[in-house]
Write a protein that binds this ligand. Sequence first.
Ligand code: PMP
Length: 275
Amino acid sequence: NLIYFNGEYVNDKIAIDPNDRGYQFGDGIYEVVRVYNGMLFTAREHFERLVRSAAEIQIKLELTVDDYIEICQHLITENQVTDGLIYVQVTRGNALRNHIFPESFKPVTLIYSYDSARPVEGMDKGVKVITLEDIRWLRCDIKSLNLLGNVLAKQQAHVGQAVEAIQVRDGIVTEGASSNVFIIKNGTIYTHPANHLILNGITRIVIKRCAEELNIPFVEKTFTPEELYDADEVIISSTSLEVTPVTQIDDQTVEIGPVTRQLQQAFKEKIYPAS
Ligand code: PMP
């Protein structure tokens, strides 16, 4: 498999510098981009978010949005990816260990692709989630490599035989460990506003567009765990999960409903515009 690392295309193996700040501090950012039918999906939106994340933590990227897209396209072709994901990470670079930024630094970029099928079973039958306390930092809008809070939440979900952990901060549902959360009540979709407490998911943005096209009210307003339990329908979304219905929250069951199915259909039409 071809990998892009530090300005070069290399086969399979790369050597990480022990002083890479991504490795030592999680001092970097990342994106995961979908490939459907050998084509990038919403790549521009992902790389614009990468540019924003970089700016928020004062990393000067050496590549432009178009450069990233070109590299991804090259990897898709060379690695013959049909349905898959592309992982892109940029760290602040290599410097002798010190919390303070180095005087000058050269970001280290890693981009690789892998095969991944659409999550059809979960989308069809729904998944179980658990709720837990959101213990993450207060800049969840940055797609940072620091994922320990998310990792611990996801592991707790896994131990509870659930697919996702829905995080709750100060009595408000924020988001999943690696997804956004939506409830549907009386025909209206509600999701947490895109502020510093959640990642503004690209899938979330696509869902918003779909809702607008379908004339389904889409309201960016917080909701409580009680409202989550009481919802008519519950959805989680991400680049890899797409529009996945929730059928169980902790010990409570939820039905998959018509709004979810409409959104799934509209989302699919965005993936395969011709069909
Ligand atoms: N929130 C968090 C914390 C995530 O890790 C992800 C997945 N990257 C999302 C939301 C969904 O974002 P996207 O739709 O861009 O994949």
